[in-house]
Design a protein around this ligand. Structure first.
Ligand SMILES: Cc1cc2nc3c(=O)[nH]c(=O)nc-3n(C[C@H](O)[C@H](O)[C@H](O)COP(=O)(O)O)c2cc1C
Length: 408
């Protein structure tokens, strides 16, 4: 894998809103330009109170726009041309007000109109007082925007300009510039082969019955999709699930744990990154009847004994000969999540364990969102907020990148 981000250079439309963190935006413009991107800035009326348009114009090397109805500005490049020009729109700082406007679909000034008109992905870098960020209205707006596919970076916790302490700091320009590179990317994982397992397995009892579990496959499919979007060659070993194959992904459909073990072992050798998100059965019926077991063949009222035998431990098996591959495992836990995850990581020997709390109704099995913890071999735990699974996938791959660079 390339260790340096080598994303496609792109047109970044930077929408600056009226928050105190706007003073950091000239630095962001500088970093984006240094990375080779073309940058144009649009300002809300309030943003002009916090950062000089002249500074942004000088650093971006392009005229700055802030008014929707200025005939001169509109004549030079119309708001629709701006929206079309962008490969990515970044709103930084994203004020509570801007998030509300975008969630509502308002288009009453230049920035809000461009945000509605653009077809480019949108990245928000929220920055505000901790109480504004935790207000139910802002929470609901953020959630709605995430559901619509808007990307978020931050806010981070720490000391706020308003004197309060807590979540609300805009992410640092260097973090934002890195995220832009990733979002514009697609080539950063070029040449890397990623093996992903997803979904549950189905262990036959007889011709019609089976033992399975509640895994929907959504998390593993999101990892495969995100890895492919980053330019990786992706092989997805999938248990039975109706999800469409993500673009550019080679899919191998399997049913049982034994089939999954065989497919993973076969694809493992040529892969550099392995993400085992599947919920593989730990036990399977020792023998599956080729015919349907009929009730009338049993004594009246008698139960049916099914002998279960252990299935191979796929994750442990591959970790035993993983070489310099990065292997990520998943754990679905209903209680004592962190401790159980630490024990599992130690047993399996993987490089990162992603732990789900399946007792939550908004995370884990068959949801579009997930709240996970990253557990590292050193025992460190990073808890992520509730995020769409595609965002969780991005965070996992960001971690894998760091592991491959040896920085984490
Ligand atoms: C000194 C000062 C700092 C402010 N900082 C923030 C901020 O960090 N985040 C925020 O959401 N609003 C902040 N506000 C409030 C916004 O400026 C206000 O909501 C404004 O209407 C936002 O306009 P815009 O979203 O069109 O840029 C601040 C206001 C003042 C006076």
């Amino acid at each position: 894998m390339n260790t340096q981000p080598s994303a496609r250079l792109g047109n970044v439309l930077l929408a600056v809103a009226g928050g105190i963190a706007a003073y950091k935006i000239p630095e962001l413009v500088r970093l984006l330009r240094r990375a080779g991107h073309s940058v144009r800035c649009v300002l809300t009326e309030a943003a002009g109170e916090f950062v000089s348009p002249l500074v942004l114009q000088t650093l971006s090397g392009a005229p700055v726009r802030s008014s929707l109805f200025d005939a001169g500005e509109e004549g030079e490049i119309s708001h629709i041309e701006l929206a079309d020009w962008a490969d990515l729109v970044v709103v930084a700082p994203a004020t509570a007000d801007r998030m509300a406007k975008l969630a509502q679909g308002l288009a009453d000034d230049l920035v809000s109109t461009v945000l509605l008109a653009t077809r480019a992905p949108v990245l928000l870098a929220p920055a505000m007082n901790v109480n504004m960020w935790s207000h139910p209205a802002t929470r609901a707006n953020a959630e709605l925007l995430r559901e619509r596919g808007v990307h978020f970076e931050g806010p981070e916790a720490g000391e706020l300009a308003c004197g309060w302490e807590g979540e609300g700091r805009m992410s640092e320009p260097v973090t934002l510039a890195g995220r832009v590179t990733l979002l514009l990317g697609g080539e950063t994982w070029k040449g890397v082969r990623v093996l992903v397992s997803a979904g549950g397995t189905r262990e036959p009892i007889d011709a019609v019955r089976s033992i399975t579990n509640r895994s929907s496959g959504k998390m593993g499919f999101a990892v495969a999709e995100e890895a492919a979007r980053r330019g990786a060659e992706v092989v997805l070993v999938a248990g039975p699930c109706p999800l469409p194959t993500p673009p550019g992904v080679r899919r191998i459909d399997i049913e049982t744990a034994l089939e999954m073990a065989a497919a993973v072992e076969q694809e493992f050798e040529a892969s550099q990154v392995v993400v085992m998100a599947a919920a593989v059965a730990d036990f399977r019926p020792a023998e599956a009847s080729a015919l349907k077991i009929k009730k009338e063949d049993l004594a009246p009222g008698a139960g049916l004994q099914i002998e279960l035998v252990a299935t191979p431990d796929i994750l442990k098996g591959i970790c035993g000969h993983k070489g310099d591959r990065v292997v990520v495992g998943f754990a679905a836990e209903s209680h004592d999540v962190v401790e159980a995850a630490r024990r599992k990581l130690a047993r399996k020997g993987c490089d990162l364990l992603v732990a789900n709390d399946i007792s939550r109704t908004d995370a884990g099995f068959d949801t579009d969102t997930n709240a996970v913890m990253f557990v590292s071999p050193g025992g460190e735990v990073e808890e992520l907020p509730l995020l769409p699974k595609i965002e969780v996938a991005g965070r996992i791959l960001d971690r894998v990148e760091k592991l491959r660079k040896g920085t984490r």
